[in-house]
Design a protein around this ligand. Sequence first.
Ligand code: CA
Length: 571
Amino acid sequence: MNKIKQITLLIILAFAFCLTACSNQSRLTDSVNEDGAGTQVSGTGETDIESDNNSENETGNAFTMDINETLSKTTDIRPGYGTTYEVFVYSFFDSDGDGIGDFNGLTSRLEYISDLGFDGIWMMPISPSPTYHKYDVTDYYGIDPEYGTMADFENFMAACNELGIRVIIDLVINHSSSKHPWFLRAVEYLKGLDGAEPDITECPELDFYHFSRERKSGYYRVPGTEDWFYEAVFWSEMPDLNLDNEQLRTEIENITAFWFAKGVNGFRIDAAKEFFSGAPGKNIEVLTWFNDMVKIQNPDAYIVAEVWDTAAVYAPYLESGIDSVFNFTFANQNGVIAKTVRGQRAASAFGKAMVEHDELLSSFNPDYIDAPFYTNHDLGRSAGYYNGDFAYAQAKTALALNLLMSGNTFTYYGDELGMNGAGIDENKRLAMFWSEDEKAPGMCTGPADRENIKKRYPSYEIQKDDPLSIFNYTRNALRIRNAFPEIIQGKVMNLDDIATEALAAFTKSYDGSQITVLANLSTEEVVVKLDSIADIQTGSGITAVLLTDEKPVKIEDGMMMLPPFSIVIFK
Ligand code: CA
């Protein structure tokens, strides 16, 4: 949202508050007196007054999201920690009207990303590739012409630098495209053998891949040969690279140096679990080599690997020294976040799950940085995880829970709008929903094979002006994250005595400072005795709240009333 629109919106809101406050003042006072503590205030105008009272009255008893307006951004963020936005350039913003997102389009929307509260961008692959998703690369040193030119990319990097946005790019080294010159040369060589034995000195690329005369599982026949096969775990057009090959490693060294020279801050390593499928020890060795090599090139580089499995499987990969592995435990439709928000896990277990996850990962590298994400381009969109009356509230709250986690969080583009889409991959990568008007500036068409997905929630254009939209909720969650170094990099302690089936309760401590988070993750109001949190509350009281609708958090007679799916931060 641009500054002028933002200010205009605030003025309109303030005016609206004034009007409702004047007309409803006496009625509200009555209802509070009659109802006493523990009851919910109903009706929208009344809650506005409560917040108005709060700002004027030192002892104020109702808290709305207005209090977040006073939060200011912390600069105390340790290297590698932060708040990253995952972008699929193809579907983000089209600058030249061909329906395909591009770098000039993305550059024009950087302020959107930055204003929202992100300080990092991870882009899915951007190099030349025959596919729309570009996970099969034909030239590791280029920019796919669909996305623009190298000059466009350089402009993009310059703009990111100006806004303080770190950029990590997807590096796909598990496999190349079947159209990559390395693979084409190897195939040509094998075709010309005519039954003779191969000689690696004649064709070094032969050892860049896993060729065999045996058709093992995951192998495909080399086109134009009778008796040669190659490994391609994901797809026939994605031949697996042999990361043991020294010459290939030198090539990868040149590739990372090339992108550092362009100013990128690090890499997301695709499919690290499949480097040598079924051989984690070898995969960790590859990552150890990669990490050592990259950190010599750029000691400040950030590396996160995708090891798509349970924590027991991905945690040991941290022994390689890389900064992060993606936290799959909390992600996806049946991960810790979604299950907790759906009430299928006790809220009290949420803090515990964070503590246990941290303990496990720390045991492999005490300096690791968690990489919590909630969805990504391979997962069904999160808005589809919830149904029923509280679906919208649940979709919002889940995003907040992710953003309350320590480390470098990743938020998938469009999740801040509650975009939906599941099933085939194309549906998970739809055009960013800027506007209901498909012809509006910047609108992409999305992947060609996408299905017709009916939108569940409105576009950005509409949501930006709705204080209760998932967009503005996410903005508030990001504002809170960015205000508290304890949220970004704090150590979690679960509050076993306060947390319940309905209430998550934990502290986060960093550098001698502590915050307390209470989250009502149920569909009923939760009442907390203030006595019970007195000894953990170190500061002045409630400093931030996240609410999914207009019902405020209330404090009366030593009790705090948390409406369904509300979150309170004490400092
Ligand atoms: Ca375009």
